[in-house]
Design a protein around this ligand. Sequence first.
Ligand code: GLN
Length: 304
Amino acid sequence: MSCQTPIQTVFDTIMKLEDAGELATYIPELAHVDPNKFGVCLSTVDNRQFSYGNATDRFSIQSIAKVLALSMAYKMPGGEIWERVGVEPSGSPFNSLVQLEADNGIPRNPLINAGALVICDILLSNLKNPLADFMTFIRDVADNPYLNYSHRIAESEKSVGYRNIALCYFIKSFGNIKNHPKDVLEFYFMLCSIEMSCVELSRTFLFLANQGRKTSDNKEILTLSQAKRINAIMQMCGFYDESGEFAYEVGLPGKSGVGGGIVAIHPNTYSIAVWSPRLNKKGNSYRGMKFLELFTTETASSIF
Ligand code: GLN
């Protein structure tokens, strides 16, 4: 079945509604993005692709990249991840500090900032050239040697990154960050500033819809069990204190970023990326959420 018609129909419906969100201005560079951009791309496990709107414009994928960092860390020997970070929804904003004190510096899950910082620390401890090795990993997963991060956005976030700096040093005080916090933060800001278009993003995440394997050459990125678990974590934690709402409205595992991107996975079928920079109060794309809600309803393609 072609998904082009439902994508266009839903897109046009959403365009007629008010875009009630706001740009993420707390990262100065993100305030310069055109708030009216709106793109979608759906990639299927049998290698078809349907896109519409500003689907080839690159944007800052921000927290969506946390899933890629987790995927790479999951492959590391030692299996220490789940002793250092949990798999429970936090029910708190993405950059919250409050639970860490009671939880002895063990973040609730790897998709909030605290958890992603611990994942970055694990990568730093295991990679020879963390930055280069991570970029090689995502370019391989994406079959795209041209993917990169934006120095400008990384520097912009670093210049105002007080909360992330606080989080990293706080976790370090519990002994759950092993490297120097400065190095961990440097890596984290780079991670958040990776840029992709909807076409590239949906393609990159296809391995999570394809049982952990790339669709182009069947190469195993994650085992079946690891891919299942990452999808489960996205389902429970991918939208912070709006994860329940996303499951309820959209019914797919997914991950958002404050750049206005959302990627969602229909296991064994497709990966879909949406981008619209205005965010709702919880930091998730206003139109992106609405689009996916209508799209999964229109195509009856929720997993529930
Ligand atoms: N780089 C952003 C931050 O740390 C990522 C947050 C997000 O996308 N939700 O604040």
